[in-house]
Write a new protein. Sequence first.
Length: 388
Amino acid sequence: MVGIGADGWAGLPEPARAELTACDVLFGSARQLDLVPLDLPKHPWPSPLLPALEELLSGHEGRRFGVLASGDPLLSGIGTTLVKRFGDVRIVPAVSSVTLARARLGWSAEETEVVSVVGRNVHRVTRALAPGARVLVLSSDASTPAAIAELLTQRGFGESKLTVLEQLGGAERRVDGVARTWSTNVDARIVDPLNVVAIDCSGIGLSTMPGLPDETFEHDGQLTKRDLRASALARLGPVPGQLLWDVGAGAGSVAIEWSRAHPRNRAIAVERDSERAARIGRNAERLGVPDLRVVTGAAPEALEGLPAPDAVFLGGGLSALDVCREALRPGGRLVAHAVTLESEQVLADAYRQHGGELVRLAVEHAAPLGRFTGWTPARTVTQWSYQK
Ligand SMILES: C[S@@+](CC[C@H](N)C(=O)[O-])C[C@H]1O[C@@H](n2cnc3c(N)ncnc32)[C@H](O)[C@@H]1O
């Protein structure tokens, strides 16, 4: 697998050319194959590529395949798919668009966060926004810069500087502007589809630590409140790359805070009420974790066939408690909240049978009491937490 830049064959070093010359057959996009002046059978990728991949590659057993990719094949590229499929792939990378973009801007690798929205929801960018942060976004197409400018403006980052870098390593063009005034100043029709967007962030960020204010979420009252949420997430213990089930997710706040804790975290929110399920999707998108999966349905039936979780939160009903505990992967954590005597009994039984930690959480908020201030207690919650 050979990475090729916008400068084509001329820009390829000798070892990369030698690899391609020794191949029996070449795969790549039609544009990339045109860049290679070799007389070999050439197979352009169809669109969509993934469903056709197996059939394309079969029938060539025992031959040396060459695959062309842009820049670094393992940066948001076909390389990742092929390594998963074949295991042993020799990769000769070229300079990536990210490296070229950083070179044009003078941004170091250490202080630059990279977000790919290639074929993905642009709201993924939100999670990376912080005052002074430098973010590079791999665009989907020509519409991405305007979509990012709008998103930044909505999230209070309208003063951020935006730079669009087109055709890096080829016929380069650079457009500078500010997010808030982007759409009035830049004609979206002339943006090149091959571009990277650099954001020099200016705005007030949102913590990635659990326990965001309740008003951060759109909700109908069915929300695990801030102090209880922080307590639950402390025990769920988000570890990078792990999967959480939020069962009876309400507004989705636990699944969202789990997902925000690390970009590789994954979560599935299960919610019976379709209106609430739609609200979870809106909250997830607004708070920068649009990949959160929402399953509309009642537990335990709706849990069938889901990938095994590393952590489970049960915020209300406990009918799925046993199923969830059994589904947990080894080392997995479960946290369940109860407010009724009946559900508290279920947790007391679970504690007796399986151990763990049983806690009662009573939170009181200071509020006006006539001319004075008094404590207003919230409903006391019983919390059972357990590690498998
Ligand atoms: C699927 S990713 C592939 C990235 C590639 N593997 C690399 O190393 O640059 C495609 C995205 O990378 C960015 N990109 C790739 N080549 C570029 C170039 N020459 N100029 C600007 N952006 C480029 C664009 O954002 C494009 O949508």
